[in-house]
Design a protein around this ligand. Structure first.
Ligand code: 3PG
Length: 306
């Protein structure tokens, strides 16, 4: 059986080596397509394989129709909003993710962006410190928990809101649970976003919510651009010269934001939260092991479609 590693944004070379080893040790054959630029290349590569490892690569019905032998696709990472789950289910293709495997890398970047904001984008002017500042963690999942762990070291006062996480789990970590998302944004100078992009969350971070943020507010987004109402974000930043937005996901209105708010807006050129050797290794090896365990033993742990 063939397992394709299909990554427009490639893993670190050492991670690819480890993934190959796991696949080969199981008696399967690894096939690699990295840094592809056209969808046609992906459509061609998926034809002859039973399993595929992807990252943020888009998986739609056309892609699944081309993959005639496909049994399983594993998203090496957390968010699977890039996969058409209904189309996969209709074609009896199992979809999995590898939760938690890259979350420390994303959390480290979130804190790095906070420091970058506090120090005025390292422009030489006198900045501020994170010590004693209020941090709001918007969703207390794997990344949120790592953000809390690291922010504790900075001496921040940590709050979180997560409708699906019990308050006790936050309190155990020394994090103060808040009852609503509005309260989180109203309380915290720094807010770090860690919600997935779903029908419920898309555009949910809007003008009304942002307007609640205190003076010198800093919004950090290492999650998804879809969860932000980008037009309303620009309006908020237009009206509030004290606020900053730093993101790991290039917004649609990037040029406009850069032009209007050069000292208060920053985006990485390409999502790089999970782009570390360690995270690539963890997520890639987990994906390969999950594929082997499913194809050889039928283990469906981590399946996200039914
Ligand atoms: C994730 O959902 O795991 C992260 O956003 C990382 O995505 P990437 O694999 O495209 O870097």
């Amino acid at each position: 059986m063939k397992v394709l590693i299909l990554t427009e944004k490639p893993f670190a070379a050492e991670a690819v080596k480890s993934i190959r080893e796991v696949i080969e040790a199981s008696g399967m054959e690894p096939v690699i397509l990295e840094k592809y630029t056209e969808k046609a290349q992906a459509l061609d590569a998926v034809k002859e394989v039973e399993a595929i490892i992807i990252r943020s690569d888009t998986v739609d019905a056309e892609w699944l129709d081309a993959a005639k032998k496909l049994k399983i696709v594993v998203r090496a990472g957390a968010g699977y909003d890039n996969v058409d789950l209904d189309a996969a289910t209709a074609r009896k293709v199992v979809v999995m993710n590898t939760p938690g495997q890259n979350s420390n890398a994303v959390a480290e970047l979130a804190l790095g962006l906070m420091v970058y904001a506090a120090r005025n984008f390292y422009d030489g002017s006198s900045g501020t410190e994170l010590l004693g500042k209020k941090l709001g963690i918007h969703a207390y999942g794997n990344v949120g928990r790592n953000v809390a762990r690291i922010a504790k070291g900075f001496g921040m006062e940590i709050y979180a809101y997560d409708a699906y996480c019990p308050a006790e789990a936050m309190e155990k970590d020394g994090v103060r649970p808040l009852a609503s998302v509005e309260e989180l944004y109203a309380t915290c100078q720094y807010v770090s976003v860690h919600i997935p992009a779903t029908d419920e969350t898309k555009n949910s971070i809007n003008y009304a919510l942002l307007s609640k943020m205190p003076k010198k507010a800093v919004l950090i987004n290492t999650a998804r651009k879809e969860v932000i109402n980008e037009t309303e974000l620009a309006k908020w930043m237009d009206e509030r010269s004290d606020v900053k937005y730093l993101t790991d996901i290039l917004p649609k209105n990037h040029e406009e934001m850069l032009e209007k708010f050069p000292k208060r807006y920053f985006s990485t050129p390409k999502k790089m939260g999970a782009q570390t050797a360690e995270a690539n290794n963890n997520a890639g090896i987990a994906a390969a092991n999950q594929i082997v365990d499913y194809l050889l033993n039928g283990n469906t742990k981590f399946q996200v479609n039914l």
